[in-house]
Design a protein. Structure first.
Length: 198
């Protein structure tokens, strides 16, 4: 944090509270202090750690590739594009491949704790993608992950020793902040493949 930010933050918290005490008395000052405390807690809860994302140690000499898909990948041209980005040749390639599909949960579904639809859609994306990869001679495992793509990648790398992470999107399915954040935080190699869906 820049040195000038801390005094500005303290002033932004203290000045309204002092002003409320001076203008409205004790009740207004306590209310302003309570609002400031709630705001601080809210901001603190929304903050996420931004340290490096480290993958698990590999127990072998094989390459391990994590493909993170935001949509089903079925077209042969798209599979070739992904295989080229991940340096997967198929057939005799000895790389371990894991396909990860984050479950995209809608706002109302999250509040209603109804995640089954999102998980089912992610499963369908995985089945289609793994089948398309198999046709190209690339064997892969599949998993459904957290709705937050960065968190899903971080969770999978706790147990999967990825040497390369490939983010695959086909339009607007992924928040624009995801690729830059993964690129800056991942210690493994990173590529973003934007498929042409037109």
């Amino acid at each position: 944090m820049a040195p000038w930010k801390l005094p500005v933050i303290v002033a932004a918290i203290a000045v309204p509270i002092v002003a409320a005490f001076g203008l409205g008395g004790g009740g207004a000052g306590v209310a302003a202090g309570a609002l400031a405390a709630v705001a601080i807690v809210f901001v603190a809860v929304r903050q996420r750690p931004r340290g490096p994302i480290v993958s698990a140690e590999a127990g072998d000499d094989r390459r391990h590739v994590l493909l993170v898909i935001a949509c089903a990948v079925e077209e042969p041209a798209a599979v070739r594009q992904i295989a080229a980005a991940a340096r997967l040749t198929g057939g005799g390639d000895d790389a371990g491949v894991l396909v990860l599909s984050p479950a995209r949960i809608g706002f109302l579904d999250r509040w209603a704790s109804d995640v089954e639809g999102a998980r089912e859609t992610a499963q369908q994306n995985l089945v289609a993608t793994v089948a398309a990869l198999a046709k190209a001679g690339i064997a892969a495992e599949a998993r459904v992950g957290d709705e937050d793509v960065v968190q899903a990648v971080e969770d999978q790398l706790q147990s999967f020793p990825a040497s390369d992470v490939i983010l695959v999107s086909g339009g607007e399915e992924i928040d624009a902040r995801v690729a830059p954040e993964l690129e800056s935080r991942l210690e493994a190699g990173f590529s973003h493949v934007a498929l042409d869906r037109g």
